[in-house]
Ligand binder design. Structure first.
Ligand SMILES: N[C@@H](CCC(=O)N[C@@H](CS)C(=O)NCC(=O)O)C(=O)O
Length: 226
């Protein structure tokens, strides 16, 4: 069934990783997976631009359906393959509300992470300021404490929106993985550390782990002081 699906993706891109986890959780292994290189600018190749005028990854196609936005692709897969693989949207309205809340807060979480980790990439050199990066780090630190608190409230062994894995985990886990890859202290943030440990060995996550992280398991320590 997944043969009519194509995912164009880049290694270590959190938006791409979200879609890859969703595909695995929905048992859609066997899709056409094409790894492109950001270094070579392949996200601007004709193959990508033909389906994604933004020239970004992920770019995703299922038959004639094109869904490039990572959140949209994850929601599409859950809705299209509702009864297949892991159920990612709980039926219970209260659980569902929390799942939606954390899923969309995940966008803010990622934005704050990106404003620190990718500062030099996104801000032209002449516009970069130490004070701006410092402020971004403070904002990220406040955000991380929020998520640490959410997990503390849910109790040990919990996922982001309750006992079971949901779409919230699919879209937010890559952000958490980046935090630890870039040196966040699991001692200072034990709940996030526990959550990371719980998910990192999940088959869907292992199967989609960024290949260049496997080649080079040691990350950086950019976030060690947060
Ligand atoms: N809103 C998009 C964002 C995708 C995105 O920002 N992709 C980045 C990689 S993480 C990209 O392709 N950047 C290269 C570029 O914009 O040229 C989504 O969530 O799918």
């Amino acid at each position: 069934m997944a043969q009519d699906m194509t995912l164009l993706w880049g290694s270590g891109s959190p938006p791409c990783w979200r879609v890859m986890i969703a595909l695995e959780e929905k048992n859609l292994q066997g899709y056409n997976s094409k790894l492109l290189s950001f270094e070579k600018g392949e996200q601007k190749s004709k193959e990508v631009l033909d389906i994604n005028p933004r020239g970004q990854l992920p770019s995703f196609k299922h038959g004639n359906v094109v869904v490039n936005e990572s959140y949209a692709a994850c929601f599409y897969l859950e809705s299209r393959f509702k009864s297949q693989g892991t159920k990612l949207i709980p039926d219970d309205p209260t659980e569902q509300a929390l799942m939606y809340q954390r899923t969309f807060e995940g966008l803010t979480f990622y934005e704050k992470l990106a404003s620190v980790l990718f500062y030099e990439y996104y801000v032209p050199e002449e516009e970069q300021h130490d004070s701006a990066l410092k402020r971004n780090k403070e904002n990220l630190s406040t955000e991380i404490k929020l998520w640490e608190g959410y997990l503390a409230k849910l109790g040990s062994g919990s996922h982001l929106a309750g006992p079971a894995l949901t779409l919230a985990d699919v879209v937010v886990f890559p952000t958490v993985a980046f935090l630890f890859r870039f040196g966040l202290s699991a001692e200072r943030y034990p709940k996030l550390g526990e959550y990371y440990a719980l998910l990192k060995d999940r088959p869907s996550v292992k199967a989609s782990w960024p290949p260049h992280w496997l080649e080079n398991p040691k990350g950086q320590d950019t976030l060690k002081d947060l």
